[in-house]
Design a protein around this ligand. Structure first.
Ligand code: NOJ
Ligand code: CA
Length: 729
């Protein structure tokens, strides 16, 4: 028996030298893995082209704190024990295949196929007698891999100094990038060659309530890359970010090699792990057709199946908000103009109202009337609770209690009023990043919502994190966001988080996370404006991880019309705003402008009223990062389709075939498109609306002006009388 176990031990610790290869199910992608001089490395090819050159894998650990009677006696940071990236031998490998189809609770598709070939490599580090597993999953549209730390006596608790995963690019690619930052993604994207990142970093970074740029060549993920010749599109991100710090990348711009750069905690440490455990998946989506990048479900597939048993209460939401008027500065979140208030001390009923407080009974009722008349599900109301007088920039700990309304906001009456009109209010929890305070109040706050009939919350994380020194994207905060989502599920509450960490597909597991902001949303159009091609990039970057609460639907582009002191301009046409409901996929869509602006353009507003928020199918028809995106989506449970197109800096001539329609049916299309003289700066509200008959044979040629777009609703003809007066398109 003893002999047998020795032989077995020998077999398992003997290294196998051969290079390990894995092909995607369609054979287009080829992964190679090997251990070179003790260092694990991988490379990736697509249709014979190099996507990732040989790149090293592994982690660097922090020296152990050796404590003797409470005194730290030794921290060895320069020790073989700290390397989880060399001295390895490949001891075994396992290949397998997986193919299943699953149904998301909500989504772009009714069904999603999860089909991959897997390679699991087991590595052994002789000097330390430690094991590391790397698991690769190769799909037709890309690669996912992660580190697994099995339970073992020599590696139980450890601290990550840095993850050293490399992505070596084959040339000076074009990148659509945000400067690497531990606290914000609310920057405009910069498009440049990799070699230009260092020089452009200064202009890429604009001010934010909380920000921490870490390197001259740091970038965030999802990172979109494009080859300069011979079309190749590459997207790098992560999936299933759980109990680990969010990933940034740092570029060695002499060699075009990216390396992971995790977000540190207040002490500079990058992760606290207890085995058995694993890292998030590192993802590389690849295609020679940009449309396939947008259609990829790789990140969702790498997440765990839904963890919520009863999902009947989770429903997509179309909403309006008492919001844009505050964002533009027309009115305020705060009830009074005083420099400081203290919860539990200040008597808010005694404060002199500033006359600009938007969340007041009368105004909220006006919005409810309008939103319910036009079929919206919810109304978000911000600034309803006490504390907004001095809520940020002060590193204030006890800033909100999430249950006490201002004197002019009647929670019970307004919720009942909304319910009587078939709507609900959407709760707002601005935490001002005082996490300790939020977690202390969370149960009470959620219970308050349930008691008053709210079923969704917009949470927010503006400003520097308390505990001080922590970052928005560190492991500690990553754990907080998920804690808030899981706890919300216990109360049957849906979550829409702002300023939180980038999405990584966790909405597959926790579909009550409807959407996040976590990027530069529409609000920045009122804070000075965003680049004209911003929304032609976002689906290739931020949205790769999950839906965004982008808050589209602005019809009045000149913000000074709302607030004479604000000269910002919304850098899009009105039709571009309509298209965003289709091109920026989200089960949570806002009509962000004021009711009076929708009344002025009621014929265009009809599209926002009609558009669906949940889909059975999505087809990306045309796409090029930063330049244009055209997508058609079939509304859930119907035969109706919606098509949207956005253009970047240049005019775009879109040519689409409606061959996705049923061949034996007729449809009525309503096309909302930029007028020929539309101009996002000088004439953004110039549009035309045409109605006609279309079939699966119809071809459409439509032009979008720079920062423009078009939107089409296509409804099945169920009665011939509907065709009266209409011509074929
Ligand atoms: C920033 C959010 O993105 C915005 O939507 C919200 O109104 C403010 N924070 C205040 O919470
Ligand atoms: Ca924000």
């Amino acid at each position: 028996m003893k002999k047998l176990s020795i032989i077995l031990a020998l077999i398992t610790t003997m290294s196998i030298n051969a290079q390990q290869s894995l092909k995607s199910p369609d054979g287009n992608l080829l992964l190679n893995f090997s251990v070179q001089g003790g260092k694990p490395q991988y490379s990736l090819n697509y249709k014979g082209k190099q996507v990732i050159k040989p790149s090293f894998l592994g982690l660097e650990l922090k020296g152990e704190n050796k404590m003797e009677f409470g005194t730290e006696i030794n921290r060895n940071d320069n020790n073989a024990e700290n390397s989880l990236y060399d001295n390895f031998k490949l001891v075994s490998s396992n290949n397998s295949t997986f193919d299943e189809t699953w149904e998301p609770v909500w989504g772009e598709e009714k069904q999603i196929r999860n089909h991959y070939n897997e390679l699991e490599v087991s590595l052994h580090q002789e000097v330390t007698d430690r094991k590391l597993i790397i698991r690769f999953r190769l799909f037709n549209d890309g690669l996912g891999f992660r580190y697994e730390f099995p339970e073992q006596k020599n590696l139980i608790y450890f601290v990550i100094k840095e993850e050293k995963t490399q992505f070596a690019m084959s040339e000076d690619l074009t990148a659509f990038w945000l400067a690497g930052d531990y606290d914000t993604q609310e920057y405009d994207y910069t498009t440049s060659k990799l070699s230009e990142i260092r020089g452009l970093r200064k202009t890429a970074v604009t001010s934010n309530a909380s920000q921490k740029v870490f390197s001259e060549t740091g970038v965030q993920t999802p990172l979109m890359l494009k080859s300069n010749q011979g079309k190749l599109y590459i997207n790098i991100h992560e999936a299933a970010l759980v109990d680990y710090s969010a990933m940034n990348l740092d570029l060695d711009d002499s060699n075009f090699v990216f390396q992971t750069w995790l977000t540190p905690d207040a002490q500079g440490n990058k992760g606290y792990i207890q085995a058995p455990s694993q890292s998030p998946w590192r993802t590389i989506v690849v295609s020679d057709d940009a449309r396939n990048i947008l259609a990829s479900k790789l990140i969702l597939n790498l997440n765990e199946p839904c963890a919520i048993e009863d999902t009947s209460w989770i429903k997509p939401v179309k909403y309006m908000g008492v919001w844009w008027e505050m964002i533009t500065g027309k009115s305020s979140w705060a009830y009074a103009d005083v420099p400081s208030v203290q919860l539990g001390v200040t008597d808010f009923s005694k404060l002199k109202p500033n006359g600009k407080h938007a969340a007041n009974n009368e105004n909220v009722k006006k919005y409810i009337d309008f939103a319910s008349k036009h079929g919206f599900d919810q109304l978000l109301v911000e600034g309803w609770n006490v504390g907004w007088e001095d809520w940020f920039g002060k590193s204030k700990d006890y800033v909100f209690d999430f249950v006490t309304p201002y004197p002019d906001f009647d929670v019970k009456m307004l919720n009942e009023y909304a319910r009587s009109k078939n709507m609900r209010l959407q709760m707002h929890h601005e935490t001002s990043s005082s996490i300790r305070n939020y977690e202390r109040h969370l149960d009470k706050a959620y219970q308050f919502m349930v008691d008053n009939g709210y079923n969704s919350v917009k949470s927010g994380y503006v400003g520097d994190i308390i505990p001080r020194g922590e970052h928005h994207y560190g492991q500690w905060m990553v754990n907080h966001y998920l804690y808030a989502i899981k706890k919300a599920a216990e109360y049957k509450i849906m979550v829409n988080a702002h300023e939180s960490v980038h999405m990584t597909g966790l909405h597959r597991t926790y579909p009550n996370l409807l959407a996040q902001e976590s990027a530069r949303g529409t609000e920045f159009q009122a804070f000075g404006g965003s680049k004209p091609n911003h929304t032609a990039i976002l689906p290739f970057t931020r949205l790769m991880g999950g839906p965004m609460d982008y808050t589209p639907g602005i019809f009045e582009m000149q913000i000074s019309k709302l607030n004479p002191e604000n000269n910002s301009h919304v850098n899009t046409t009105l039709c571009n705003q309509l298209a965003l409901y289709i091109t920026m996929y989200s089960p949570l869509q806002m009509a962000a402008d004021l009711p009076e602006n929708y009344e002025r353009f009621s014929d265009a507003f009809q599209f926002i009223k009609d558009v669906a928020v949940d889909w059975d199918r999505s087809i990306y028809l045309e796409a090029e990062p930063g330049k244009y995106i055209t997508v058609a989506r079939k509304a859930k449970g119907t035969n109706n389709w919606f098509v949207g197109n956005v253009a970047g800096y240049e005019r775009f001539n879109s040519k689409i075939k409606l061959d996705f329609l049923d061949s034996n049916k007729q449809y009525i299309a309503t096309i909302y498109s930029d007028a020929h003289n539309a101009d996002y700066k000088t004439n953004p509200q110039a549009y035309t609306i045409r109605k006609g008959i279309v079939t699966s044979k119809t071809k459409l040629n439509l032009t979008s002006v720079p920062a423009g777009g078009y939107a089409i609703s296509i409804t099945e003809v169920t009665d011939k009388s509907q065709l009266k007066g209409l011509k074929k398109m």
